[in-house]
Write a protein that binds this ligand. Sequence first.
Ligand SMILES: Cc1cc2nc3c(=O)[nH]c(=O)nc-3n(C[C@H](O)[C@H](O)[C@H](O)COP(=O)(O)OP(=O)(O)OC[C@H]3O[C@@H](n4cnc5c(N)ncnc54)[C@H](O)[C@@H]3O)c2cc1C
Length: 488
Amino acid sequence: MVSSRPPRRVAIVGGGVGGLATAIRLSSAGHAVELFERNPIVGGKLATLRRDGFTFDIGPSLVTWPDVFDDLFQCADTSLGEQLDLVRLDPQFHYSWPDGSTLDVHDDPQQTEQAFERFTPGAGADWRRFDQRAERIWEVARRTFFAGPITGPLTLAGRMRSPSDLIAIDPLRTLDTAARECFDDHRLVQWAGRYATYSGSSPYRAPATLACIPHLESAHGCWYPMGGLDAIRAALDTTARRLGTQIHTDSEVTRIVSGPHRVTGLELTDGERVPADIVVANVDALHLYRDLLPESDALRQVRRAPQSTSGFVICVGAVADADRKVGHHNVWFSSDERREFEALEAGRLADEPTIYGCVSSITDPSQAPPGFENWFLLVNTPPGAHVDRDAYAEMILEQLASRGVDIRSGARFVETMTPSDIAERYRSPGGAIYGTSSDGRRAAFLRPANRGTRAGLYLVGGSSHPGGGLPLVATGARIVADLIAEDL
Ligand SMILES: Cc1cc2nc3c(=O)[nH]c(=O)nc-3n(C[C@H](O)[C@H](O)[C@H](O)COP(=O)(O)OP(=O)(O)OC[C@H]3O[C@@H](n4cnc5c(N)ncnc54)[C@H](O)[C@@H]3O)c2cc1C
């Protein structure tokens, strides 16, 4: 799609998925786009660790709502199917509780309903009811929240067709309250509440609107690109370059240059100035308004938005064990999730955290040497938490062993990543995984806006609307490209 408007010089700060997706959209619209990334490789949090024949996705490991990426590739005259070999996973998730109970959630909703029914009699119907409500939330959220920029509650209300839309998205109750209303079994309340963590939030604070996330999985699938998530980075990188985006790696931006009303370019560490008509910041909004374009009012506003949780990552090159009952995606729930989230909220590490584990070599043998598995474990931590990496890793691996999954013996190596590593590597304050969270009724309106404080400045990525996670930052890129077209 080539715009009839004269092309502009666009400079993008940061080569995360939001920055790359914006580059693709703006290059395909005919603009002259340059992207500057401080790391030696683009992709941002979508990153990979390779060691001794093992490959680990050390950022996102789960792909949901792939249509967003298809839409993106379509505007570059290609398609998701052409770019990636995507596998629809079944089962989607293997869940375990401390009492020894387990639940497999399937790609086929009917099978999932039966699995819930086997788990607790009556829960099949409860799940169906939960999923139907979530479907309605999703239908409204898609054409309101995700449709364009949000500058306040009125923007959202203006996109609603009737008051029933507002009731449907259930913004006043928490996800935990909505889950309790649907499920009698406490373990299933815990299952539903965990979806708050998909946006770095707490089920006791995030609105019930987030129930649309499990519906996204039940209706649109959980996906894995063969070759690992790095295949997405490579496809975005190649597509952007093919469209003419100039990508500069090892290029740190130190300042966004601006007149009183309009941005005019940016400056790099070596002092080089890059003139631009439009600057798109794919960096955290805090880094933007504190370091690159200091603005006290904007900074105050940014600090009001709740920060997402960070995470502690453990990668283990483990010996495969056919007797272990694990899937591609696994969750070992804690025995007391309220205590767990209270600890996170108080800025402490949970002493018995819920553990997420991804073993992608089960689907894709290229990710580990024969006879081995690539174990990626993630637990939530408060943003900015100090983690004693060896001690916490030992505790988590011990906790897993006590649940019948001992991956320590015969492990080739153990690598860890703390919140400080995440903060340092991607310039994400506190190592916040998703940027801003959805904690609180006003969270959606406190996220920094996609239009910046000066003309020609735009924000894309996890800390700005519509928030973090791969499909959301790619949606943010669509919103920003539309805004730029509108403003020109
Ligand atoms: C451990 C972990 C697990 C996750 N799991 C999932 C998952 O399963 N599914 C999912 O959808 N999402 C997941 N996410 C979240 C997802 O990875 C992010 O929301 C998304 O990748 C963020 O993209 P972004 O566009 O905000 O940019 P970022 O990835 O934050 O990238 C910003 C880029 O800007 C660069 N930069 C910063 N400052 C400068 C500067 N001054 N000059 C130049 N460059 C700069 C950084 O180096 C970085 O490359 C996970 C994240 C992590 C860390």
